[in-house]
Design a protein around this ligand. Structure first.
Ligand code: NAP
Length: 307
């Protein structure tokens, strides 16, 4: 970890590189909290509004990184991050880089290695809210990397939202990010497929949403009941006394058949049915549906899956 770098003469507290919708929101949050700010963006005009509010715009990445002890990167991906930072030469020395673009854990770990080769403190993060929610204290931001680097920059990162430290592995933030997004897409697709199913009988989505969400949240997605199940997942215990995987396979078969009968897309329920069949083939037929966790923990090759 580097000593906390003084911004020095003409220096600023924070630099933000990348002023798309998200980077601009991050920059606004720093300015709104009274931090002096340097910005750089490939398309310089996107900094105009920030400059009008007092931000310092640089023409080169090297000047931007050199201006502040900590630089927040918010570009579209890791490839762009390298492309942009490679032009900064030795300007990183003694600086901290916090990278908030999305990607994969392997890309995040490679970026941490890249930073270590340049003697640069590095945190890899993930933003769990859209731009309008940046700056709200409850907005979750995830970080992985050296604990001391996180602690040293916690106050700055807290200006963006609620900074959650996940561990020393720099791949953890994007891993959590993809896990949460996987959960989000599965839930959204389930809702949309359900709306299509009842829509095939001319039921408006508005009517479905009212009934479905009133049922789904307290019965299926109740946080307390999922939290109660989490220890069983860690222990691999799935008692089937209130319902078995075989019973759930029956329900999934009905969803797939109903989809076909009603003329709506049936790939999603067929995939879920195939997954339940894999769980049963692995010996979990008499256990409850959470035994599906044993399927998800394995590769497709291990479970007889095709994907
Ligand atoms: P974005 O389209 O993902 O990124 C836009 C930024 O990348 C702009 O600064 C753009 O510069 C820059 N860029 C793209 N290609 C470049 C290149 N070849 N050279 C230099 N700069 C390049 O928009 P965003 O919404 O701001 O997202 C930024 C990151 O935040 C992404 O990784 C995204 O996954 C993450 N994120 C976004 C949201 C969201 O709701 N927007 C939510 C959570 C996380 P120009 O302005 O010059 O084009």
């Amino acid at each position: 970890m580097k000593d906390q770098h003084s911004s020095g003469q003409n220096g600023t507290d924070v630099t933000v590189i990348g002023l798309g919708p998200m980077g601009s929101a991050l920059a606004e949050a720093f300015l709104g909290n009274g931090r002096s700010l340097t910005v750089w963006n490939r398309t310089p005009g996107k900094a105009d509004a920030l400059v009008a509010k007092g931000a310092n715009r640089t023409t080169t990445v090297a000047e931007a990184v050199a201006a502040s002890p900590v630089t927040i990167m918010c570009l579209n991906d890791y490839t762009t991050m390298y492309r942009v930072l490679d032009s900064a030469g030795g300007a990183f020395e003694g600086r901290t880089l916090v990278n908030l673009n999305s990607g994969t854990p392997a890309q995040a770990r490679a970026a941490a290695d890249w930073a270590a080769e340049r003697d640069l403190d590095y945190l890899d993060g993930a933003i769990m809210v859209p731009p309008p929610l940046v700056g709200h204290p409850e907005s979750v931001f995830l970080y992985g990397g050296p604990r001391d680097v996180f602690d040293q920059n916690r106050a700055t990162l807290a200006l963006l939202g609620d900074p959650r430290y996940l561990g020393a592995d720099p791949g953890l933030a994007v891993l959590f990010n993809t896990a949460l997004l996987a959960m989000m897409y599965a839930t959204l697709n389930g809702f949309l497929h359900g709306a299509a199913l009842v829509g095939s009988a001319d039921v408006p989505a508005v009517e479905f949403a009212e009934l479905a969400l009133g049922w789904f949240m307290p019965v299926v997605l109740a946080p307390a009941s999922l939290a109660e199940q989490a220890p069983n997942l860690d222990e691999g215990v799935y008692p089937g006394d209130l319902g078995t995987m075989e019973m759930n396979l029956n329900a999934l078969e009905h969803i797939a058949r109903t989809s076909v009968e009603q003329g709506v897309q049936s790939d999603l329920p067929r995939l879920m049915k195939e997954l339940a069949e894999q769980a049963i083939a692995l010996g979990h037929g008499a256990e409850n549906y959470f035994a599906m966790f044993e399927v998800f923990k394995k590769s497709a090759a291990e479970t007889g899956g095709s994907r």
